[in-house]
Design a protein around this ligand. Sequence first.
Ligand code: FES
Length: 120
Amino acid sequence: MEEFDKRKRKTHAMAKITYVEHGGTEHTVEVASGLTVMEGARDNNIPGIEADCGGACACSTCHVYIHPDWVEKVPAKDDMEEDMLDFAFEPDPARSRLTCQIKVTDELDGLVVQMPEKQI
Ligand code: FES
């Protein structure tokens, strides 16, 4: 029952997120609030986000560049994410984020993220 309630809570709100591959191919999907931006990509089989560590902020292979219009709207990164981003491929201090550290909320409806040329 608790499991059911948790699922219900997760699925009642959705945010539309657009993942843009390095080559420009766009994937727009609905992601449930409470999941991470990485989980949204993984669950929808979107290529370009590998997430080797499964979301533990320990691999940097879920790296993306946040679209400039969204940089200010995404909650700030913590020190652990900041450190791990040093291991990402060509990180951009202003726009790079690890998608496993960004929780989807209603406020992120419309978010656009761009994948790097490669992960690591
Ligand atoms: S999935 Fe490994 S750091 Fe995000």
